[in-house]
Design a binder for this molecule. Sequence first.
Ligand SMILES: [Zn+2]
Length: 251
Amino acid sequence: MSLYMEQIKQLVVLQRVDSEILSLKMALEQAPAQLQDLQKKLEYLEHQAQIIQDKIDIIVEQKNKLEAEINADDHLLKKHKNKLLQVENPKEHHAIVREMDTIEKNNRQRKEELSTVLSDLRDLEDRKASLDHDTEEIRQRIAAQQDQLDDKLREKRERLEILLKEKERATQAIPAPILTRYTFIRERLEGAVIVPVTEGVCQGCHIVIPPQNYIDLQKGEQILSCPYCQRIMYWDKHFAPQEEEPPTVAA
Ligand SMILES: [Zn+2]
């Protein structure tokens, strides 16, 4: 292989390696962020659950108080009822009946209040149960992701190390000025830095390159850039990069 062809080949390798390094680095940065989102969601749900629990505590207190009062008055009513059987004085009888009416009226109000409190309590408990369910689901997702994350990150770091070595090898084969040009374009343009020219058309910008450039390109003597998009170009008849799939690294 001519020196020219070797340089083109290494530039293509460099480009592939750089793209993979970039996506690996992004994946490495994003992986913990995904977990952080879940963590935040979990904290939010736990906070909501705590607010509802506080409300439940207050309502349970109300409920217990009402039930105790209702029981006490029911008990009192029973006592009055028994007393009523023993009392013969009509005045005293009447007084007891009136007192019983008052107690019953109060207790009716309390029982209505209690039924509202119980209904509120059921609503809150339903909401709490649904929150607890969501919370548990997120906890499990976090646990599962945490488990995978360490493995994935280790895999990615290992792959990154291999790529960096590959990059170093490719870099050594490329003359410094061309490498500078490559880096310059890479930092400024989206997508490919080194592109094939197919039937006179630059595959980076899809413009027909001037005939003289095309002729020079076909000579395969020096590394040329597309005059329109500045990408480094090669003639597709000279070189066809093997479609080597890099080992799949799960995102
Ligand atoms: Zn171009």
